[in-house]
Design a protein around this ligand. Structure first.
Ligand code: NDP
Length: 330
């Protein structure tokens, strides 16, 4: 192991968070029980906010950015983990309150680690990453709601060509749901069709302010956009349907009314991946293992080197990234 290794840190510069590559030593790392050699991390929307400084994600500085990681245990003071174990970490405050994945080595709490599922490579795990796992939490929540049947009326996925959206489409289609993709990028239609979308609506159509109760179009929806889009999606959801909302790519406000909820029994289900309990994580991982085909995964994710993080962060906020980006830490 080399004495120093590269990491991306968010530091305080004149009272503002600023990202920079730094060389760290092992003594710089937090004193947690498991040392992991990180092979891959990813670029999620939240990472884009942290790296560009457009969102205050880190709650203490300096902070190693990167909300997730996949790697191999090098040292462990925990009986649960041994050198050589392949592990994944999603959430648990990484890049917010705990040092995250953009570092060749990281020390982590044993309870944050999940064993890499059989048959998966570390790179696959990060191709799924937090966005894919959040998509699975959304699909599981819709299934648990109990009114949305495969083969029935369409399930809508907003932010379709993004990381959450692409994975949600693939999972829903593989389970037999009819999927409508809402995207602002018509050039991604072929990609989304290959993942399983059968119908399309434009991002613009859903972003225009509409009435509190509109024509019933969707049995359910996965929304990663928020704001007016989510308000319209709720107003267009069929009687008894449900919308799993996880994101704010279009804004964090919600200019909506109670009408869909009190007149159509529509449910708005909030999805958080960061502090999700292990049982929900296990359920999501099982869904991904059973229903996310390798071909889909390969088409969803590309791999980029760590030094491109600043560029990739700007791209994800500009909505230019299709699917997922895996970051190679080697
Ligand atoms: P991506 O950037 O990969 O995807 C977001 C997609 O939203 C874009 O690809 C684009 O899709 C669409 N979009 C972008 N900007 C706008 C806009 N201004 N108005 C409407 N649509 C827009 O991000 P992720 O998939 O990684 O994350 C999606 C959202 O989910 C983010 O807000 C993220 O913070 C949130 N998230 C929440 C989690 C949780 O625990 N609750 C966990 C993971 C993510 P298209 O081009 O197809 O229109």
């Amino acid at each position: 192991m080399s004495e120093t290794f590269r990491a991306m840190l968010i530091e305080d510069q004149d009272g503002k968070p600023k990202a920079a590559f730094r060389d760290l030593t092992f003594s710089d790392l937090p004193d947690h029980d498991v040392l992991v050699e990180v092979a891959y991390s990813t670029v999620n929307y939240k990472d884009g906010l942290a790296i560009t400084g457009k969102g205050r994600i880190a709650r203490r500085l300096p902070m190693v950015a990167g909300i997730d990681l996949a790697g191999t245990v090098v040292e462990s003071r925990s009986p649960d983990w041994a050198p050589g174990d392949k592990v994944i970490v999603n959430g648990w405050g990484l890049s917010e309150t705990e040092w995250g994945g953009y570092s060749r080595y990281q020390r982590l709490k044993p309870e944050w680690l999940t064993r890499l599922p059989e048959g998966f490579a570390l790179r696959d795990a990060m191709a799924i990453g937090t966005a894919g796992y959040t998509a699975a939490l959304c699909v599981a929540a819709l299934e648990d709601w109990g009114t949305i049947a495969p083969g029935g009326k369409d399930v809508l996925v907003t932010g379709a060509a993004g990381g959450v959206g692409s994975t949600a489409i693939s999972l829903l289609a593989s389970k037999g749901y009819n999927v409508t993709a809402a995207t602002g990028r018509p050039e991604t239609h072929d990609y989304l069709r290959a993942l399983g979308a059968v119908n399309f609506v434009s991002r613009e159509e859903l972003a225009e302010k509409g009435g509190p109760l509109q024509k019933e179009r969707w049995a359910g929806a996965v929304d990663s956009v928020g704001s007016t889009t989510l308000a319209n999606v709720l107003a267009q959801t069929c009687y008894g349907g449900a919308v799993a909302a996880c994101g704010l790519a279009g804004g964090f406000d919600l200019p909506a009314s109670v009408m869909p909820h009190i007149l159509r029994s529509v449910a708005l289900i909030g999805i958080d991946s960061v502090m999700a309990p292990q049982a929900k994580r296990d359920r999501a991982r099982a869904l991904l293992a059973d229903h996310l085909g390798r071909t889909s995964l390969a088409s969803i994710a590309g791999v980029e080197p760590m030094h491109k993080l600043p560029e990739l962060a700007a791209d994800i906020l500009a909505g230019k990234i299709r699917g997922r980006v895996v970051v190679d830490l080697e």
